[in-house]
Design a protein around this ligand. Sequence first.
Ligand code: HEC
Ligand code: HEC
Length: 342
Amino acid sequence: MSSRIHPFPFVKTVILSCVLFFLVGCTMGPERKILPTFNKEPVSQRRIDLGKTLFFDKILSHDKTVSCATCHQPEYGFADPVAFSTGVSKKPLARHTPHLFNIFSNSSFFWDGRSPSLEHQALQPIPNEDEMGLPVKEMVKRLKQEPRYVTEFGAVFPRSGVTAKNVGIAIAAFERTIVADNTPFDRFQSGDTKALSASAKRGMDLFFDKKTNCSKCHSGDNFTDSDFHNTGLFGEDLGRATVDRHGQFQMRPYPFFHTQKAFKTPSLRNVSLTAPYMHNGAFNTLEEVIEIYNKGGQDPESYGISLDIKPLSLTQQEMKDLVLFLKEGLLSPNKFNAAMTH
Ligand code: HEC
Ligand code: HEC
């Protein structure tokens, strides 16, 4: 008997996958509402509250000086107003602290997507020497010594109580409540034609036009394709290629080498609250970001730059309109501020 694998099942699988991809693609449009994917499984308020308490508690850091909220500050859109945050080591981190709006809809975490879930991600900064510097075992020991945590973990997780895994589960439950919805853009999409000013409306049309290509990457409900792209910024950070080594050494044309200096497309909801921008916090204003896109990137010759990044030849008015769409159109009325810190 021949040991060769018959090609047909393989071809069929490929064709079937293509059809499936197409069908899934058809259901993803900017007009879809954001809420259906929110809180897929019912989660108790007590679990969310426990996660929130942990998020703001400095007990999770080695010297009790740093909490998640030291870098992910609610009053700055759960990001940090400085380009590079500092944690327990006081050394500036290598990348800019990202915002956490609608983080529930992300499929990978960190600028290079190296973490697969919010539950997994939450346990990364705690033992990280530069961020919180507290070994996970040490963290569990500490929490077990606090009667308030023993009570709360016992109530939320009756079978397991205080464990590292439950810390991740509780923090993730809280993070999933950080939602930016009901923006003027959402209201416009559901028929309220007065929700956007004339300029923001022109900006929206430009954003979704082939002329700018913005919505090719900033796509779907959350203005992100959850993929990684090189937008032609200066810097030596290899981005996704540090995780996806295969892509780093690809010599074939785009998209094969697209992991080189590629970073995860950020969601743009509430983007006006989260300056500075990009993985390296290089730009302080949205005006600067748009100017760079208009030029086709800082470094249009960058190796592996996305074919979707090209000089745009926008007029001054068009750039203003785009900025206004981002500022006015994507700002959620939900308030997250210092009051959240208890
Ligand atoms: C010292 C600053 C600092 C602290 C403390 C910190 N973070 Fe972060 N956080 C960052 C930076 C910087 C990144 C991006 C790192 C990267 O992409 O390599 C990040 C990334 C994230 C992401 C991924 C976001 C995305 O868009 O992919 C989440 C979620 C997150 N942090 C949650 C937390 C939680 C929960 C805690 C507390 C347990 C925490 N962070 C503590 C700085 C910090
Ligand atoms: C090829 C895909 C792609 C296209 C096209 C694109 N973007 Fe981006 N955008 C990204 C990626 C990836 C980042 C993060 C890049 C980085 O940090 O290195 C980003 C970052 C941003 C940021 C900063 C957000 C933050 O939180 O730091 C804004 C604002 C933005 N883009 C708006 C736009 C607008 C407006 C357009 C159209 C003119 C556009 N983008 C076109 C992929 C794209």
